[in-house]
Design a protein around this ligand. Structure first.
Ligand code: SAM
Length: 302
């Protein structure tokens, strides 16, 4: 049987990397076969996302359709409170130890959420392997999402080994640790003490010797740090605009700021960014967040 579904068309040589990222997001639709189209592969995905179009896919015989979920290491996070579906998800992969259902939105200044355990072990603690880096994460106590894993790779590729980098809202450190082998020195800052403790453990786990972990409010950095930076990562999508002025004070002339924000229209922050002193700004949609809202990244040359 065939069926129409959203598909993501990528060059075959990037296929495995994209397949892994879609699996991590729980976005790959496993009920359909991957399409082979010359030098390209088309992956069936559960819903529209950046770069998708409609394609006709063949059914994957014998595949049981699992309820929608996102994978973070050994934990699956479901969108519905469905204990039977949770058991099916748990049984579908030997690497899974727990299935959670969120009981709150991502909220508060630490950007965390509450969870209830639907199946498996009673824990919110897991370890994620992302492009060869390992992160210990307690989902109830610190923010983590695999959805920006490709973004982290994109910025790592831009980073040069003489650069000093500031990760203003580092969480458990995925940007800082991904960039560490590419940069000279990284200051990784977060306000959440539990996130910073996990960051320190992750620095050790990944044998990164050039990251300075800092428990601090980012608004204090410009009056306390004695350095200017070549690159600044700002991943606090709901409130990052409050810190743009600080970032412009901390960036060296000729440096680059990567500013992530939730936007409801194209170009939402462009005027403000130019007013602050940008020489060139590129805006890109990273993914859809909710109807009418997108997660965007602004690459800002200063
Ligand atoms: N960059 C990380 C990532 O990609 O997983 C974490 C991003 S999370 C959306 C934002 C982080 O900013 C949270 O860990 C939160 O504790 C931290 N945060 C919020 N307000 C802050 C502030 N004023 N100063 C420093 N960190 C802050």
């Amino acid at each position: 049987m065939t069926n129409e579904q959203w598909g993501l068309r990528v060059p075959a040589k990037k296929g495995e990397e994209v397949r892994q990222a879609l699996l991590r997001d729980g976005a790959l639709d496993l009920t359909f076969k991957v399409l082979h189209d010359g030098e390209f592969l088309v992956f069936p995905v559960q819903e529209a996302r950046e770069g998708t179009s409609r394609y006709v896919f063949e059914d994957q015989p014998g595949r049981i359709s699992l309820p929608r979920h996102e994978l973070v290491g050994g934990i699956a996070i479901m969108q519905d409170n469905d204990p039977k579906g949770a058991e099916a998800i748990l049984a579908s992969r030997p690497s899974l130890h727990t299935v959670l259902f969120p009981q709150s939105e991502v909220s508060g200044k630490y950007r965390t959420r509450d969870y209830m355990v639907l199946a498996g072990n009673d824990t919110t603690l897991t370890e994620v392997n992302e492009y060869g880096h390992r992160y210990k994460i307690d989902l109830a106590n610190a923010y983590f999402s695999s959805r920006l894993s490709t973004e982290r790779q994109r910025i790592a590729e831009k980073t040069r080994n003489n650069e000093n980098v500031l990760d203003m809202f580092t969480g458990v450190g995925p940007f800082a640790i991904t960039l560490a082998p590419h940069a000279a020195f990284i200051v990784a800052v977060d306000l959440n003490p539990k996130a910073v403790l996990m960051l320190i453990e992750n620095i050790r786990k990944n044998k990164a010797t050039n990251i300075l972990p800092l428990l601090a409010d980012a608004c204090r950095l410009r009056s306390t740090l004695p350095w200017k930076f070549d690159r600044i990562i700002m991943n606090l999508p709901l409130a990052g605009t409050d810190f743009l002025t600080d970032a412009f004070r901390l960036i060296r002339h000729g440096g680059m700021i990567h500013f992530y924000s939730l936007v409801s229209r194209e170009g939402e922050h462009i005027d403000r960014i130019y007013e602050l002193g940008a020489t060139e700004v590129t805006e890109r949609i990273v993914r859809s967040y909710s109807p009418g809202q997108w997660h965007a990244v602004y690459d800002i040359e200063v």
